[in-house]
Design a protein around this ligand. Structure first.
Ligand SMILES: N[C@@H](CCC(=O)N[C@@H](CS)C(=O)NCC(=O)O)C(=O)O
Length: 211
């Protein structure tokens, strides 16, 4: 089984965390962000993650996890029943996290000059110049902290539950990016939650990031 992914991508990270939790071996293939040919030839669109099962290929993170978690060890069924609320929450988190993290992600070893230029030009169409995003950092941090205080209030100790589930993977995947943003600090409770989730999923954000 093969996972084609981008190291920074929260949707790809969902799958990596689920694979870690489920102790599934797989081949990790990190694609350069400007490689259009590989995803187009595998799936007909330029979008990762792509997961190649022994039978069939999929490129929707939640479809991949649903198939991997056939025994529902991640409470995938229950999580997918509540997916609209989680999608709203991750969209809200993603808006601020991406504006804050993207200008830093492009300087990590995942990118070279060409892929950095490709990524930045593409993302600036939607979000505006990265320089401006960095200048407006405090606005995004303020918004994110409001959202995170709402998340924190729902940790029991996992998201709305005493039991770890796919919901935690979905939320944590969107938050790792903040660990590369200077001047940002998670509250002690959210930081402890993320570290616990990482342990459960045998996931090391920095190890892969700075490789
Ligand atoms: N709904 C998809 C979303 C995946 C997605 O948005 N992937 C982004 C990276 S984070 C992508 O491949 N973007 C390609 C591009 O914009 O060139 C999933 O959950 O897997």
């Amino acid at each position: 089984m093969k996972l084609y992914h981008y190291v920074h991508c929260p949707f790809c990270i969902r799958v990596r965390m689920a694979l870690g939790f489920l102790n599934q071996d797989y081949e990790s293939i990190v694609l350069p962000y400007d490689d259009e040919k590989t995803p187009l030839s595998l799936m007909g669109k330029k979008m990762l993650p792509i997961f190649s099962f022994t039978q069939g290929v999929s490129n929707e993170s939640l479809d991949i996890i649903q198939r991997l978690d056939a025994k529902n060890l991640l409470q995938t069924t229950e999580t997918l029943n509540n997916i609209e609320n989680l999608n709203d929450l991750t969209a809200k988190i993603g808006k601020d996290v991406h504006s804050l993290a993207m200008p830093y992600w492009i300087w990590t070893p995942e990118f070279n000059e060409q892929s950095r230029h490709y990524f930045q030009s593409k993302k600036e169409i939607k979000r505006g110049p990265f320089k401006k995003l960095v200048q407006e950092k405090s606005k995004f941090i303020k918004n994110l902290n409001i959202t995170l205080s709402e998340v924190e209030a729902k940790l029991k100790p996992f998201y709305e539950s005493e039991k770890f589930s796919l919901s935690d993977i979905i939320i944590a995947s969107h938050l790792w990016g903040m660990y590369v943003v200077p001047e940002f600090q998670f509250s002690p409770k959210v930081h402890a939650y993320l570290q616990e989730v990482a342990k459960i999923c045998k996931f090391n954000y920095h190890e892969d990031f700075w490789r």
